[in-house]
Design a protein around this ligand. Structure first.
Ligand SMILES: Cc1ncc(COP(=O)(O)O)c(C=O)c1O
Length: 396
């Protein structure tokens, strides 16, 4: 059957390809350390699971309002007020089947054919594919290690054209782990206001910050930013609920109405009992999160320190999320078992054959680097880095 032009343009996911290869090798009995998973390796906390089970037994298994159950929307409103200093009403909240779904609906709601979206690179690849699916055009603004992978405000302003519709901000960032400060976000908000463009702020890693960093929502910084930002968040990363598929957006009422209408005809409501469980997750005080953050912090330091022992590796110290982004380009041009390493994909492929899976930076718009997720134990980090070291030493 013929595939539409719009969909056939979507690039196959490099992330999934490498992850699938790593899985296949493991299945064959090969010893592979996989630094590939973008999901916390912890169980969903017990109190959340219990809430879902109760909801199931209580018959909460039917369609719900498209934009989400009132209990969850109220919990989100309260959370945004307490955690982010953002005052919204329930009419500003749209619950979805994951932040990814909210992002797509956000792009669809505000982009017309050919509208431009400014995306700082390195970026999460999904943004680019979703913008294309929604008929928009991604304008990539490169950032570099020197600036700590943060969007340079002059580069941002220079990228704005009459077709610019919005800028995408992802802090803490996948893949770099970069966390923007309040002042940096304020500068971005001011430029957005000057040029009358919208902001989409992906805040799914907001709770995974280290070294006393504080996550700030750009929407909280100026009246313009509040009126012109679509805040995207969800429960996947914070509560280790990646499979439950609950995300949400907070946005101006007209956007919420438009997105609800779209969801009504695409996904209907998000999973009913997962919504009840998410309401419990968001509104409960529990130490599961702080324990998870402490464990990630330990792994982050270990992985960062160990990677820096390796010849030619260059990293920016990550302050959030659960990734380390490493520039490995010093080794391009060398060979592994007679095969030349030409870029991040061939680096990752050769490394995988040596027993370590990482995601090529090409998937994030930076072919000089690879991404390692510390969603594995400290023991695996030690073993994995030992192998990477041996791999690098074996290059000719
Ligand atoms: C930056 C970023 N945004 C959004 C998501 C999607 O989260 P969800 O599981 O809620 O769809 C991810 C997941 O990897 C992510 O890395």
């Amino acid at each position: 059957m013929k595939i539409s032009k719009r969909v056939s343009k979507i690039a196959p996911s490099v992330t999934l390809e490498i992850s699938a290869k790593a899985k296949a090798l493991k299945k064959e009995g090969k010893d592979v350390v996989a630094f590939t998973a973008g999901k916390p390796d912890f169980n969903t906390p017990e109190y959340i699971i219990k809430e879902a089970v109760s909801a199931l037994y209580d018959g909460k298994t039917k369609y719900t309002p498209t934009a989400g159950i009132p209990e969850l929307k109220k919990a989100i409103v309260e959370k945004l007020k307490t955690d982010n200093g953002l005052l919204y009403g329930v009419e500003n909240i749209v619950v979805s089947s994951g932040a990814k779904s909210s992002l797509y609906h956000a792009f669809c709601a505000i982009l017309d054919e050919g509208d431009e979206v400014i995306i700082p690179a390195p970026y999460w690849i999904t943004y680019v594919e979703q913008v294309a699916l929604a008929g928009g055009k991604s304008i990539i603004v490169k950032t570099d290690k020197k600036s700590g992978y943060k969007l340079n405000i002059d580069d941002f302003e220079r990228a704005i054209t009459p077709k610019t519709r919005c800028v995408l901000i992802n802090s803490p960032c996948n893949p770099t782990g970069v966390v923007y400060s309040k002042d940096e976000l304020l500068e971005i908000a001011k430029v957005a206001e000057k040029h009358n463009i919208e902001i989409i702020s992906d805040e799914v890693y907001e709770k995974l910050v280290f070294d006393g960093e504080k996550h700030v929502s750009i929407a909280s910084l100026t009246p313009y930013a509040k009126e012109h930002t679509i805040v995207i968040n969800g429960v996947s990363k914070t509560y280790s609920m990646t499979g439950w598929r609950i995300g949400y957006m907070a946005c101006p009422t007209e956007v919420a109405k438009a997105v609800s209408a779209m969801q009504g005809h695409t996904t209907s409501n998000a999973c009913s009992f997962a919504q009840y469980a998410s309401a419990k997750a968001i509104s409960s005080a529990s130490d599961d999160l702080s324990k998870m953050v402490a464990e990630f912090d330990k792994r982050r330091k270990l992985l960062y320190e160990r990677l820096n022992e390796i010849d030619g590796f260059k990293t920016v110290y990550p302050k959030g999320a659960f990734y380390v982004f490493v520039d490995v380009s010093a080794h391009f041009g060398k060979s592994f078992k007679g095969e030349k390493i030409l870029g991040s994909v061939s680096f990752a492929e050769r490394l995988l054959s040596f027993g370590v899976a990482v995601i090529p930076g090409l998937a994030f718009g930076d072919d000089n680097s690879v991404r390692l997720a510390y969603t594995v134990s400290c023991q695996d980090i030690q073993k994995g880095v030992d192998k990477i070291k041996a791999f690098i030493q074996s290059l000719e």
